[in-house]
Design a protein around this ligand. Structure first.
Ligand code: NI
Length: 181
């Protein structure tokens, strides 16, 4: 296993439309997935898409940490999950703002409009189908990672750039606001 180098915003690989994975069970795909999980964990990330490690293929990994249960009542923790050749379906026209970061845009966070409820499907490395209907953080992270496969980074989804900032400053501002209450 290895920790992979993460492409940062500005690298052309992040703007590419990725190709389907021809053989999800191939040894090189398993190795890539294992390395992506290790890289995500090492960076304390919630998700990582293949183009972020310079591989323009349609697959991503993600997890929903235990702590997320406090943010979204809907969210139940999900261990490391791979979705290969995913499809996504928005289950409403509605969009809600969700705070996101991205390992390719380090140090920044923003409120991004996302569908509150989605259905997604794909396969894992054993070719077993993955199919879920989800809400909350889980729905948000899957939309974020799926976008990477189409060359879309979260700032390209934003409408209100006043809700974009450095993680550190946003945390300071939130703490100051709480103190003032
Ligand atoms: Ni990202």
């Amino acid at each position: 296993m290895a920790i992979l180098k993460i492409a940062r915003m500005g690298h052309p690989v992040l703007l590419q439309k990725c190709e389907p994975v021809p053989d999800p069970g191939a040894p090189e795909i398993r190795r890539l997935v294992a390395d992506m999980v290790e890289t995500m964990e090492d960076a304390y990330g919630a998700g990582l898409a293949a183009p972020q490690v310079h591989v323009p293929l349609r697959l991503f990994v993600f997890r929903v940490a235990e702590a997320r249960g406090n943010e979204d009542a809907d969210d139940t923790p999900v261990g490391n999950t791979v979705v290969i050749n995913p499809e996504i379906e928005f289950l409403s026209q509605e969009r809600v703002l969700r705070w996101e970061g991205c390992l390719s845009i380090p140090g920044l966070r923003a409120a991004v409009p996302r569908a509150p409820r989605i259905r997604y499907r794909g396969v894992d490395c054993d070719g077993r189908p993955v199919a879920r209907e989800v809400t909350g953080f889980h729905a948000g992270v899957v939309q974020h990672e799926y976008d990477h496969l189409d060359g879309i980074l979260y700032p390209m989804r934003m409408r209100d750039f006043s809700l974009f900032g450095f993680t550190e400053e946003l945390a300071r501002a939130a703490a100051a606001q709480q103190e003032g209450r």
